[in-house]
Ligand binder design. Structure first.
Ligand SMILES: Cc1cc2nc3c(=O)[nH]c(=O)nc-3n(C[C@H](O)[C@H](O)[C@H](O)COP(=O)(O)OP(=O)(O)OC[C@H]3O[C@@H](n4cnc5c(N)ncnc54)[C@H](O)[C@@H]3O)c2cc1C
Length: 406
């Protein structure tokens, strides 16, 4: 079949139906673009409603063009956090240096965006909610692929058949597990764990981050505004992943308290707040690396397929760009040709961004006193001004123009 025959064939068929699992970043972005291309889209999300949560995330490089084409760039510009200062402290709590955050992250002032995660998910959801079916408080129980579709049973009861199913359900994706087996095969643990939670801003911090380091330990306070809340972040080196703690919030609190016992600066107060925190998020610092992102009529997008870890600051941008590319590849093709094109056209960008770890990534969290001294020397020598250009990986893909909607 020629490309023109295939196009005519695909577009003359009845409206194709798809199910997307996950309503955070990748899910609603994919829903937006697939709806644009004429698909009937359903999104299933296990949380009872759109998850808020305000830790800051970045939208950079190529991903800025995705949100511009979605029409939500002005809204995100209004929500830009504009962190103005990143101050590093030594183990005794004395200042090492104070920089513009972009000097460390490679972001570009006036162009790249940093927004509260909840502001981004809300903007994405608002852009699609009138055109797409959302099923909150539910999830996929089983997936059964046949020649003509994917039979899905839902945890909340009922079953439906879709032409395709997409896993946008994050780093610990259940869709991936159902399709490819246990996560361990694809999970690349980077040697650190972290805990984030909110606590009262009793520090007078405003639009800034302060990070305390000792070898193998980092504690940071992010004040995304002038408000009375800060995001507390505790990151520590751990050569092997503490598997039992991942499933047990009490064990997480105990482990973090044990690791940070005796630490200086504001850490004792942070540990006290950790005990009370209702929004604790604890995980290993990891990437997902897979040789393939699809199988049959099911494909993965965002962290589910290629989580790059927060060390790269590129998880959100990869999710946005991946969603755009995947939908674009399915605009005028069936799932076989479309999924092949998605992998072919997107993998280099993903690999470049996952490769940012190591180059300014984990080196922010040295594990020995010597390495910490070297890092501090390097930070002191950085210009306090943000760079004029971002990292090449951030813009390593030029978005194709999408085929016109059917
Ligand atoms: C503490 C922290 C800091 C970060 N900082 C940054 C940063 O500075 N910059 C940056 O770019 N990125 C950052 N990230 C990463 C960023 O949040 C993710 O890369 C990005 O959100 C990926 O989006 P996603 O939609 O693929 O997955 P996720 O945001 O993980 O969303 C997955 C969604 O699927 C849902 N779900 C899960 N399982 C199921 C199921 N079985 N059925 C139905 N729904 C399900 C979840 O509830 C969730 O809504 C950070 C992440 C964390 C945790």
């Amino acid at each position: 079949m020629t490309r023109t025959d295939q196009l005519t064939d695909v577009r003359s068929s009845p409206r194709r139906t798809v199910l997307i699992s996950g309503a955070s970043v990748a899910g609603p972005a994919l829903a937006f673009w697939l709806n644009r291309h004429g698909y009937a889209v359903t999104v299933v999300e296990k949380a009872p409603s759109l998850r808020g949560g305000g830790y800051p995330i970045d939208v950079r490089g190529t991903a800025l063009e995705v949100v511009r084409r979605m029409g939500i760039l002005p809204r995100l510009r209004d929500a830009h956090i504009d962190l103005r200062r990143l101050t590093f402290l030594d183990p005794g709590g004395d200042e090492v240096t104070s920089l513009h955050p972009h000097a460390v992250t490679g972001g570009v002032a006036g162009r790249d965006l940093e927004v509260r995660r909840g502001d981004l998910t809300d903007a994405l959801h608002t852009a699609v909610r009138d055109d797409v079916e959302f099923l909150f408080d539910d999830s996929v129980d089983t997936l059964d692929q046949t020649d003509h579709g994917v039979d899905v049973t839902f945890h909340g009861g009922g079953s439906r058949t879709f032409d395709m199913v997409f896993g946008a359900d994050g780093m610990h994706s259940r869709t991936r597990e159902m399709l490819f087996g246990p996560e361990e095969q694809f999970h690349r643990y980077l040697g650190y764990c972290f805990a984030v939670f909110t606590m009262r801003n009793t520090f007078g911090l405003s639009h800034e981050t302060v990070m305390w380091n000792s070898p193998g330990r980092a504690a940071a306070l992010y004040a995304v505004g002038d408000g009375d809340e800060v995001h507390a972040f505790l990151n520590f080196a751990r050569p092997t992943p503490p598997l039992a703690a991942f499933r047990d919030p009490r064990a997480q609190r105990d482990l973090v308290s044990e690791v940070f016992a005796g630490a200086g600066w504001e850490v004792p107060g942070m540990l006290a707040a950790l005990r009370e925190a209702e929004d604790l998020f604890f995980d290993g610092v990891s990437q997902i690396r897979m040789p393939r992102w699809s199988s049959g009529r099911v494909a993965l997008v965002g962290d589910a397929a290629y989580a790059p870890s927060f060390l790269t600051g590129q998880g959100t941008s990869l999710a946005l760009v991946g969603a755009y590319m995947l939908a674009g590849c399915l605009a005028d093709r069936d799932h076989v040709a479309g999924f092949a094109a998605y992998e072919h056209d997107t993998r280099e960008f993903v690999t470049a961004n996952q490769g940012l770890v190591g180059r300014g990534g984990a080196t922010l969290f040295p594990t020995t006193a010597r390495a910490l001294e070297r890092r501090n020397d390097r930070l002191r020598s950085l210009s306090a001004m943000p760079p004029a250009e971002g990292r090449p990986a951030h813009t390593a893909l030029t978005l194709p123009d999408l085929p016109r909607p059917a």
